[in-house]
Design a protein around this ligand. Structure first.
Ligand SMILES: Nc1nc2c(ncn2[C@@H]2O[C@H](COP(=O)(O)OP(=O)(O)OP(=O)(O)O)[C@@H](O)[C@H]2O)c(=O)[nH]1
Ligand SMILES: C[S@@+](CC[C@H](N)C(=O)[O-])C[C@H]1O[C@@H](n2cnc3c(N)ncnc32)[C@H](O)[C@@H]1O
Ligand code: SF4
Ligand code: SF4
Length: 356
């Protein structure tokens, strides 16, 4: 695939141009999906029966991942790396991949987004291999609600994983919770109390239309404004003075209403639907099978695996990556923001198959 028709001129081809798009944004934050497989079936992401998993040889190998990251960092201005999936912990060579990446890039921030299953056994090795930080997804502290949302009864195992990550010092542990109406929305204050009392940074996430079941509706989702209202009876939230710096999460300082003089932590709200942050988007994604997706909602994908496997040199791969990013849509895969609005088409890929 080349440059989209109608773009103002060709993509910059000197590597110094970085991963620039036609709206002047430069991607410096690389998200690599290590696998499409997962051991949970979250209702807002996967269908109950799972998906047609990629064959082993369709998935990027350890060496291919390391090479792509090196091209991103050394030639294209990537400054931060996130490993995700699917569920990255199901990848047997995860520790080795991180270790290779750390050896190649001693100063690169490398973080992992995971559902936490099996993290209790791997946290120490991940830290030793050079992982900088970790985000763990956990939507509920009630076993039944957790099982309803993930279709698996594994809350205890996730909690053990979070504890282990904190114990080995995997940076500031962030917890991701998608709020779903009538399921876990009433739990928002309890989740926040749990997180601040343990020193974790909780982030509430607006549900996006990226579920394989296509069950998302604009009216059904919990908005950022509702999230803040849900927290208000128990907490005072004030804008966090730290710079947002292109992050999806808008951060708020948290004080308990019962003791409003003390800041007890911070909470993030990720409002991809109602308060989008596309104008400052710095992301480039690579799927588990080696396709560049310039936006979570892109309908265009650019294959790098074929180049990797056909002997192309680094410069050719960098150029194809630059072309893909040059064609990045303005917002939400379109020329304007508007998830669920008229003209919006949900991508064929669900969140797990993109790399959330
Ligand atoms: N619209 C949109 N939402 C995103 C994007 N990247 C992540 N998100 C949302 O943000 C949530 C949290 O992502 P994480 O992988 O935990 O990390 P992060 O918030 O990007 O990064 P850190 O705060 O630095 O850890 C995801 O579950 C998505 O719902 C993006 O590029 N676009
Ligand atoms: C796709 S998962 C991949 C990593 C890992 N399996 C996990 O769950 O953390 C990454 C993040 O995407 C979020 N996510 C999945 N589907 C979503 C959706 N439809 N809307 C918003 N966030 C979603 C999950 O809650 C999780 O925090
Ligand atoms: S959100 Fe993460 S844990 Fe849940 S089904 Fe999707 S990939 Fe798996
Ligand atoms: S929807 Fe696309 S443009 Fe908007 S923040 Fe996400 S990846 Fe960036």
């Amino acid at each position: 695939m080349g440059i989209s028709l109608g773009l103002p001129g060709p993509a910059p081809t000197d590597p110094g141009g970085g991963l620039l798009d036609t709206f002047g944004r430069r991607a410096t934050d690389l998200r690599v999906s290590l696998t499409d497989k997962c051991n949970l079936r979250c209702t807002y992401c996967m269908p109950a029966e799972g998906l047609n998993w990629l064959q082993k040889d369709q998935v990027l190998s350890r060496a291919e991942i390391v090479r792509l990251v090196r091209i991103g960092v050394d030639l294209l201005g990537v400054r931060e790396l996130r490993l995700t999936g699917g569920e990255p912990l199901v990848r047997a060579d995860l520790v080795e991949i991180i270790s290779d990446l750390r050896t190649a890039h001693p100063g690169l921030p490398i973080s992992l987004t995971t559902n936490g299953l099996g993290l209790d056994k791997k946290a120490a090795r991940l830290k030793e291999a050079g992982l900088t930080r970790i985000n763990v997804s956990m939507d509920s502290l009630h076993p039944d609600t957790f099982a309803q949302l993930t279709r698996r009864p594994f809350l205890d195992r996730v909690l053990r994983g979070i504890e282990a990550a904190a114990e080995v010092g995997l940076g500031l542990v962030k917890i991701n919770a998608v709020l779903m109406r009538g399921i876990n929305d009433s739990e928002a204050p309890d989740l926040l109390e749990w997180a601040v009392s343990r020193g974790f940074e909780l982030r509430f996430i607006e549900q996006m239309p990226l579920d394989a079941d296509h069950g998302w509706t604009r009216d059904g989702m919990i908005t950022a404004a509702e999230m803040r209202a849900l927290l208000e009876p128990a907490f005072v939230l004030t804008a966090d003075p730290r710079s947002r710096d292109g992050a999806p999460a808008e951060r708020w300082e948290v004080r308990r209403r019962s003791a409003p003089e003390t800041v007890v932590g911070s909470v993030g709200i990720i409002a991809s639907v109602t308060e989008p942050f596309c104008a400052d988007c710095r992301r480039t994604r690579i799927t588990a099978e080696g396709k560049v997706m310039s936006c979570l909602f892109s309908r265009e994908e650019t294959d790098l695996r074929e180049l990797l496997r056909s002997g192309a040199d680094d410069a050719a791969i960098a150029r194809r990556w630059q072309e893909a990013m040059w064609a990045k849509p303005k917002a939400h895969g379109m020329a304007r923001t508007g998830l669920g609005a008229e003209g919006f088409v949900q991508p064929d890929r669900s969140m797990s198959a993109i790399g959330g």
